[in-house]
Write a protein that binds this ligand. Structure first.
Ligand code: SAH
Length: 267
């Protein structure tokens, strides 16, 4: 059986800052905010009020998960996570009714949340061969924070970096009530990766670039997998999976996808 190696589950105690606030910091000095430790109000908005979905969004999510399984998604940990995270809390109230349809949705500032099938597919690819949780992983493109929340259920530590200040802050707001202590949000340019959290058992990009940045390869642990939408030599965007082995990198080009562009710098 193709067992994934174990990765350090935790940083040394000095490594992961436990601050409850993340002052917006420029690239290079970015500090992660542990979203779960916020002293925010423990009172959650009732689903019926916040989304118009009725009180039992669990049933709607269970249907979404059945569809994902019917579409061929198999990793039990990923399906479980998709069934747990309330996607309707991450989109505007007016769009909440569409939250469990297999569609991408706008999240502001011209960006989109990927459709559930693509989120699950990419995480499944990153976890290929793993049975338990992965160790530390890096997400490029926090957006509204939805995928980071899903990732928090399949890995021990999630570092998620966003280059748009408005979305970084929105994600922090969205994630705060969920108290996910293993999600660390960083405001910065994800093209540089986030060396402080690495090496990573998995890296997943929610934005598509011309090529996979060298920094991501450098920060991928041996045995780790990177999944990123990338422009292929044929000129279209496809999912690229890169496995780091003792010998080097193995690259696979999979299905065509449509992601927002990977951009450098912060805004
Ligand atoms: N995973 C997100 C999807 C967000 S869309 C979610 O669940 O909502 C992709 C995001 O990638 C956008 O928010 C965009 O601003 C961000 N992005 C693009 N280039 C980036 C970069 N170099 N560093 C960090 N984030 C980037």
């Amino acid at each position: 059986m193709n067992q994934r190696p174990g990765f350090p589950a935790k940083l040394p105690s000095s490594g992961a800052p436990r601050s409850t606030r993340s002052p917006v910091s420029p690239v290079g000095t970015a500090k992660p905010a542990t979203v779960g430790l916020s002293p925010a109000s423990p009172v959650r908005r009732p689903a019926a009020l916040s989304s118009g979905l009725g009180l039992d969004s669990g049933a709607v999510r269970a249907r979404m998960v059945s569809k994902l399984a019917a579409q061929g998604l198999q990793d039990p940990m990923v399906l479980q996570a998709m069934g747990t995270v309330e996607r309707h809390r991450f989109v505007e109230t007016a769009l909440a009714g569409q939250a469990y349809e297999d569609t991408s949705l706008p999240i502001g500032l011209g960006q989109t949340i990927s459709k559930p099938n693509v989120v699950a597919r990419m995480i499944e690819l990153m976890r290929e061969g793993a049975t338990g949780k992965l160790g530390r992983i890096l997400e490029i493109g926090t957006g509204c924070g939805y995928q980071a929340a899903v990732l928090s259920h399949v890995a021990t530590e999630v570092y998620s970096i966003e280059r748009l200040r408005g979305l970084h802050e929105k994600a922090r707001e969205n994630l705060r009530p969920l108290r996910l202590h293993n999600v660390h949000l960083i405001f910065g340019d994800g093209m540089l990766g986030y060396p402080k959290g690495g090496p990573y058992a998995g890296i997943i990009s929610a934005a598509g670039g011309e090529a996979v940045p060298q920094a991501w390869l450098d920060q991928l642990a041996e045995g780790g997998r990177l999944v990123a939408p990338t422009i292929t030599p044929a000129g279209h965007q496809a999912l690229v999976v890169i496995l780091r082995t003792a010998q080097g990198f193995e690259r696979q080009v999979l299905e065509a996808v449509h992601f927002v562009p990977l951009k450098s710098g912060i805004a």
